[in-house]
Design a protein around this ligand. Structure first.
Ligand code: FNR
Length: 369
């Protein structure tokens, strides 16, 4: 019997091939940041308040104007059909059932294996689209339009991946997308010269081959350009410093996601929970700040909220639970995190998200009281 989110990983490891499991689980190089994303949470302790009437607890919140059941959402992770035949479609149904938001990963270089239209057709639900900037802006514009038409409500531009981080397990395993999977968001688009990079078709587009199509020249001007081709709010995913948080606000970002890409890009960056507070301070309440990276417990969610996050996203727990039990697995993960977070709020004396304050936690960087 599964009693917490982490237990799904062992089940996934048994079910998946080594190549696929390693692709999901690994971080970059020494994987220091991968461990730190978890360890840093364990250095934050609670200062619970007692004798508060917690007979009613409200976990609901609003993200970019959309009311959701809890501040726990689904991060974009690529190629979910390697975990389960229903892939992103199962994830979309689970998110919708839980009343929360799902991010769909873009395709091509590391994309999702289901298209925006297929995900939209699973039924109602608030969905956001994650984008990598490709050299061919025409393809980017088509992807964004398609996501808009399919009813996606926001775009996250991932800004921490001008090049692919070194994940040594993938290098050793010679990771490739299994041949029966295609990168659906790109079907039917005018791919221009992309089409000519490989004459065997989209099915052969795998991260390594397509990496050259990701635009290493991505910079703040492109954030402005993106605003000219869409009216959807644009979040920047992958901010880790106060300096960049200020620039993101100036550039017109609708929100910031403090993320280190699940420790898959630059190793030895701090855990996201350690970087969160400086970003929150720099944003000065002008845009919401979200966090992903290592969130596995309701207590982690509470800690992020106490340090100023407007919500969190989970990555690996989704792919592992998907591998273990498809849609039911993802539902279970969302349910367990919901219940744990609710319990944490009750035991800390908080009845609503507004009541969670900085004083409810003490971190290793706080001065002694
Ligand atoms: C990711 N991540 C990611 N991010 C993104 O912007 N686009 C993508 O396509 C992917 N793909 C992807 C695949 C896999 C297998 C993983 C594990 C991660 C990063 C993801 O959105 C998120 O930042 C992290 O996964 C959060 O950390 P945890 O919850 O996995 O610890």
């Amino acid at each position: 019997m599964i009693t917490n989110v982490t237990e799904f990983e062992a089940i996934a490891k048994e079910k998946l091939s080594k190549m696929v499991y390693d692709f999901y689980a690994s971080g970059a190089e020494d994987q220091w940041t991968l461990k730190e994303n978890r360890n840093a949470f364990s250095r934050i302790l609670f200062r619970p308040r007692i004798l508060v009437d917690v007979s009613k607890i409200d976990l609901t919140t609003t993200v970019l104007g959309f009311k959701i059941s809890m501040p726990i959402m689904i991060a974009p992770t690529s190629m979910q059909k390697m975990a389960h035949p229903e892939g992103e479609l199962a994830t979309a149904r689970a998110a919708s059932a839980a009343g929360t938001i799902m991010f769909l990963s873009q395709t091509l270089s590391s994309g999702s294996t289901s298209s925006v239209d297929e995900v939209a057709s699973t039924g109602p639900g608030v969905r956001f689209f994650q984008l990598y900037m490709l050299k061919d802006r025409n393809v980017v514009a088509q992807l964004v339009k398609r996501a808009e038409r399919a009813g996606f409500k926001a775009i996250a531009l991932t800004v921490d991946r001008p090049l692919l981080g070194r994940r040594e397990a993938d290098i050793k395993n010679r990771f490739t997308l299994p041949p029966h999977l295609t990168l659906k968001n790109f079907e039917g688009l005018d791919l221009g010269k992309l089409n000519k990079t490989d004459d065997s078709g989209l099915a052969s587009y795998v991260p390594e081959q397509l990496d050259p199509e990701i635009d290493r020249s991505l910079n703040w001007k492109d954030v402005k350009w993106l605003q000219t081709i869409t009216s959807l709010p644009i979040l920047l995913k992958g901010v880790l410093t106060a300096e960049d948080a200020r620039l993101a606000v100036e550039a017109g970002a609708a929100g910031i996601i403090v993320s280190n890409h699940g420790a898959r890009q630059l190793d030895y960056v701090p855990a996201t929970i350690s970087a969160l507070e400086e970003v929150v301070k720099a944003a000065q309440g002008r845009v919401p700040v979200f966090l992903d990276g290592g969130v596995r417990r309701g207590t982690d969610v509470f800690k992020a909220m106490a340090l100023g996050a407007s919500g969190v996203f989970i990555g690996r727990p989704v792919v592992f639970s998907l591998a273990a039990d498809g849609e039911a697995g993802v539902r279970k993960v969302l349910e367990m995190l919901h219940d744990e977070f609710e319990l944490t709020m009750a035991l800390s004396g908080c009845r609503s998200l507004k009541e969670i304050t900085r004083d409810h936690v003490v971190t290793d960087w706080d001065r002694p009281r």
